[in-house]
Write a protein of this length. Structure first.
Length: 351
């Protein structure tokens, strides 16, 4: 049953953390559905930072969101800001929601953004969440929007690298995003025809990689493509990352796995090795049709959760249905690649 409300109550909407293709589809779906239910929607610029500062905001109407679903990034912009790490931050967020006449809040983001939303709900804010991460590592939802676009980008890059690696008889190590979960590397690596796929979920054996390279040489295949997650680690050792600074949520800013691995493989095999870091190319550009449609449906459901008073909940994809699940449950445990999926990938290794 819909909650009792007066006309033109306002919903605040923000996007936090890294951008992901499909964010604008969520904003469009949320705005269109909310307006149809009689709400106003106020876009908060720059994520949680926008509710800490007295910055700009963006009133959203049907004209404003008409075609934004076809573009990447987020029209509301974003930041990696954590109000719980700012002195008086939570008080300021609540104060600004009142000042902006926003009775409800929709937070669109990954584990960190939704973790803040879950805490704010416990602190009295009428908040709901929409899951966003190109890593696809959020629990309680089958897929997150942005993931399909990202693996499509990464798989295309890996496929294209076969020609240059073959032409020069090289080993190329391709670094794909993924700190603690290897979903992107797994699916892009399989689709792109990588000859080995290295994930954070299972330490890799450098000697085994050398064997793969050497066996391909013996078969007259003078090149090798290795896909690695940025968070993959070797057995019995630890790669030294170029940058070990922490972001606002305490995560290491990773990078350099492919570079170090390429140097080690060249040293051990005598084979010329190169590395490619795909980086932000994976989250850039226009979303795929899948991500547009998923984002749209999640945005619509977020407006429906507000209307039903389902606060402290998150919109999630279960099979083909969009359902409401507790935010706290969604951010409680990271969704990692299971053993059986890793074994599927190993069928295509050339050891």
């Amino acid at each position: 049953m819909a909650i009792t409300r007066s006309k033109n109550e306002q919903i605040a909407a923000l996007t936090g953390g890294g951008d992901a293709p499909g964010l604008n589809a969520v904003i469009r779906g949320l705005t269109t559905k909310a307006i149809s239910l009689g709400y106003d929607v106020l876009g908060i610029r720059d994520g949680w930072r926008g509710l800490l500062d007295d910055g700009e905001n963006a009133p959203l109407d049907l004209d404003e969101v008409e075609d934004i679903h076809m573009t990447g990034g987020t029209v509301l912009h974003t930041s990696r800001t954590n109000p719980y790490k700012v002195e008086g931050g939570v008080k300021q967020v609540k104060k600004n929601l009142v000042r902006l006449n926003c009775k409800y809040l929709v937070a669109i983001g990954g584990e960190d953004t939704l973790g803040v939303a879950a805490k704010l709900y416990k602190d009295g804010v009428n908040a709901v969440g929409v899951p966003k991460t190109i890593d696809n590592d959020l629990s309680e939802t089958d897929y997150t929007f942005g993931f399909d676009t990202a693996i499509t980008r990464a798989a295309e890059a890996i496929r294209n690298l076969h020609t240059t690696a073959d032409s020069h008889h090289r080993v190329i190590v391709v670094e794909v995003m993924g700190r603690h979960a290897g979903w992107m590397t797994l699916e892009a690596g399989i689709a792109g025809g990588a000859h080995a796929i290295l994930l954070p979920e299972e330490e890799f054996d450098i000697d085994e990689l050398c064997t793969i390279v050497e066996n391909r040489e013996k078969k007259g295949k003078h090149y090798t493509i290795i896909a690695t997650s940025e968070g993959a680690m070797p057995k019995g050792g630890e790669l030294k990352f170029k940058d070990t600074k922490l972001d606002a949520f305490g995560h290491k800013i990773l990078g350099g796995t492919a570079e170090q691995l390429a140097k080690k493989l060249e040293e051990m095999t005598g084979k010329e090795c190169r590395y490619v870091i795909l980086g932000h190319l994976q989250r850039a550009g226009s979303p795929t049709a899948f991500d547009i449609n998923l984002g749209t449906r999640l945005g619509i459901h977020a407006a429906e959760m507000i209307d039903k008073g389902e606060f402290g909940m998150m919109a999630a994809l279960h099979g083909t249905k969009i359902v409401s699940i507790p935010l706290e449950k969604a951010v409680g445990k990271l969704k990692t690649v299971p053993k059986y999926r890793i074994e599927e990938a190993k069928l295509f290794y050339e050891v």
